[in-house]
Design a protein around this ligand. Sequence first.
Ligand SMILES: Cc1cc2nc3c(=O)[nH]c(=O)nc-3n(C[C@H](O)[C@H](O)[C@H](O)COP(=O)(O)OP(=O)(O)OC[C@H]3O[C@@H](n4cnc5c(N)ncnc54)[C@H](O)[C@@H]3O)c2cc1C
Length: 386
Amino acid sequence: MKTEVLVIGAGPAGSTAAMGLARDHDVVLLEEHPRPGSPIQCAGLVTPRGVPAFASDSVINRVRRARIHSPLGYTLALEAKGTRAFVVDRARFDMMLFERAVDQGASAMSGAKAVSVGQGDDGVAVSVESGDGLAEVSCAVAIGCDGYRSATRKATGLPPAKHMLTGIQADLVGVELDPESVELYLGSKVAPGFFAWAIPAGETARVGLCTWDAEHAPAVYLKKLLARPEFAKAKRVSSSSGMIPLGPGRTARSGRILLAGDAACHAKPLSGGGVYTGIRGAEFCVECARSFLGTGEEAALERYDPLWKEAFGKELTNAFRLRKVYVSLSDKKMDKALRVFSEPSLLALVQDKADIDYPASLTTQVLKLAPKLAQFSPELIESFLK
Ligand SMILES: Cc1cc2nc3c(=O)[nH]c(=O)nc-3n(C[C@H](O)[C@H](O)[C@H](O)COP(=O)(O)OP(=O)(O)OC[C@H]3O[C@@H](n4cnc5c(N)ncnc54)[C@H](O)[C@@H]3O)c2cc1C
């Protein structure tokens, strides 16, 4: 089979790329599972800018508060004036994006897995395994949106993620959470290398965590988290698990292959969120692929890296540097650092200005207000203040 564009993976990034190109070009959208959005591997917390208006029916809650629990028992409470994040039904969200891509004219191949990806002078050839056996799809340009295990990324020879988080989550009923607040739990005994969360999602609470470089499997930490008094009487209705690749590389392109979303390691290093950057990156893929298909000039595809770097790449790089400081902190230092944020001027800055998609952009202002944070990593702090 021949097509102009092959999009591999129908998550938020893949469906966005397919819907943007399908009106004017032949687009095949490949998804290994029979149904996009399933199994779910997400807490569903997405900023309003990450939810396209046509998918607003997938929003089940809005949050504007956060309570951050330190490893030593201190709680920092943050409250914004308006909604800071939506809680979405991720299965529905993914399905709405997928259906939009199909409505725009993309040919969907579900239950079809890319098993090998090869690149020649005049395009990309992908072997696809489905119930009908093995078939080859060739295309002028391929957009790899196949998530954290990306076969497309492997085929490009780009290095793997710098840090790979392992996540686990349980959906609970019978938990009383503030419907407008997320709870975050920090500490080496709670979620080493990341944090744990409890998110109010309508009828259920999503309680989960990610770990990195941890002594035990995530399930061990989840069991301990669920033993906390606030979850003790809850009933688990479902569970999910997955991984999050962190640390953007120097490029998300190789010849005629563009990578977006988790395949490009574009998840946010401080929160693990990857829906917004996945969608934004896919929109840039659309722009570059459209221009390439119109002109035949490969230089059009070279524009992809500068575009995503300008929009969110600098933020990801700085956030990854901050993450390195975060994972180096002992529980005692983490507690101490969190307490610094209770100072009124700093608290006001964070509550008014912090943007979940661009948290690192506030670093210089935070450090100017609280120079004592320099004690946690003098070299890093100096580099941000230059
Ligand atoms: C526990 C957990 C909680 C999270 N919470 C949040 C959150 O609250 N907010 C947020 O923004 N992000 C969150 N994330 C991250 C988020 O889920 C991802 O960053 C996001 O889904 C990335 O979108 P994507 O389209 O790049 O990849 P995916 O959503 O992973 O989609 C990739 C698609 O490609 C398909 N695929 C894979 N390989 C192949 C193949 N070889 N052939 C064909 N199809 C293939 C997959 O089946 C999948 O449908 C969380 C992740 C985890 C693990």
